[in-house]
Design a protein around this ligand. Sequence first.
Ligand code: FBP
Length: 302
Amino acid sequence: MNSKLVNNIIKNYESDNPRSLDNLSKILNFGKLGGTGKLIIYPVDQGFEHGPDRSFSGNPGAYDPHYHINFAIEAGMSAFAAPLGMIESGYSTFAEKIPYILKCNSSNSLTNIKDQALTGNVQDAIRLGCTGVGFTIYPGSEFNHKLMEQACGLFRDAKEAGLITVLWSYARGDISKKGETAINIISYAAHMACLCGAHIIKVKLPTSYLEEDPTKDSFMKNNIKIESAEDRVRIIKRSCFDGRRIVIFSGGEAKNDDELLKEIKAIKDGGGNGSIVGRNCFQRPKNKALELIDKMISIYKD
Ligand code: FBP
């Protein structure tokens, strides 16, 4: 039975079949944030995106996929998101112990190409008992149209199969480094993710920087408030169909607890739906990471 908070979210997804809606409820009712309308997803695709040693050598237990699935369960996460091989490697040990999101494309840092390889599909997600599929688009990259087309194709199959869809929308390419997290750029990237039909949109927490871009003027002319992180979260939620879509924010590189918790407070106060946090967990000793997640959960529950 859904709480009122969960029902208020689910009713915004007007075209989904009952199986997709059940899977959305499953994530929103799972883990320590179940029923609150907030969620924390634990993503572990950094071995692909940044390499295993850069990701895990500071905490060698993290080379084992079971470490991560077990951590997600113990921490009370809402879902675990990873590429094919990682989900396969814990399949029989952890079947149905947590909702899985199969990350269906991945980039790697051995190339500067702002593109991602297809590494999974809806058949894989069904075979592995996943609740949903995940995908990354890079708005601004020379491959952005292809990535968006692939995302929409994957989401079409996923929705037909009753799965939910999570879109990582990371602007990069024809954008300055500072611009990748500029409020006007993230707002645009988040909105396009909604238009691609994602149930859950994942973006980086924006800064108050405004990238030189035709969208900058509207921020100036309309005096859009972007000073605080909380204001900026509100702007992103507004760009996501005026709050009708679930928006979660990434943790980014490992930082100290206070810094991260300040961001979590801003996400909560700005009306964001939660977080997707990887490096800030597995690049800490397990007990410290569990404590950190507990603190994040308390803020979201407050
Ligand atoms: P983190 O919490 O580790 O930032 O994970 C979120 C995430 O989106 C991962 O899924 C992905 O591997 C990583 O960030 C990509 O980060 P970037 O594009 O900045 O290298």
